[in-house]
Design a protein. Structure first.
Length: 176
């Protein structure tokens, strides 16, 4: 297993070298989106409307951060179960998404989309949202404010600790 320090801008180029089980300290811009936001994103695509952020080489973190405490950028920000986004992920990957961050296994359709798009699925540690929040230096709601904690946010990660869960070569930490 290898260790990498990467920025989100490097993910597209780095994805073919990453292998399931590798550790990644990720820095850069990441967008949050959960179930309700994914449904709206796909609705916008179906209507030919622009998305609130460019999917090309973007990374989405499946999280719904809690409100920040005074003097903090963000509240607890742990991953949610990724499989709930499986109906939407292949479409987003086919339109340029390079990385998804969450927890738990993914469907065969998502694994195939990761492979054909040279993307990567990164896993964050569940149950450690308060600790993860210490690696987030900025947070801004950019869409669907009415969804509260599930709104789409632009985060700035600073060496956020992750594990490669599924690589673009078919490797998976979830394989039997």
């Amino acid at each position: 297993m290898a260790e990498y320090r990467l920025t989100t801008a490097q993910l597209r180029e780095a994805a073919p070298t990453l292998r399931a089980g590798d550790r990644v300290l990720l820095s850069g811009t990441v967008y949050t989106a959960r179930d309700a936001a994914h449904k709206r994103l796909l609705g916008l695509l179906e209507q030919g409307e622009p998305l609130p952020f460019d999917l090309k080489d973007a990374a989405i973190y499946y999280a719904g951060p809690t409100p920040s405490a005074p003097g903090r950028v963000i509240g607890s920000c742990g991953p949610t179960t990724s499989s709930r986004m499986d109906p939407y992920a292949p479409t987003l990957l086919d339109r340029g998404l390079v990385a998804m961050i969450g927890k738990g296994p993914r469907s065969q359709a998502v694994c195939e989309a990761i492979g054909r798009n040279g993307a990567v699925y990164l896993c964050a540690v569940g149950g450690a949202g308060a600790l993860a929040a210490k690696c987030i230096t900025a947070s801004e709601v950019i869409a669907f404010d009415d969804l509260g904690c599930e709104s789409v946010k632009r985060l700035c990660f600073q060496e956020f600790p992750l594990i490669v869960g599924i690589d673009c070569h078919g490797g998976s930490v979830f394989a039997g």
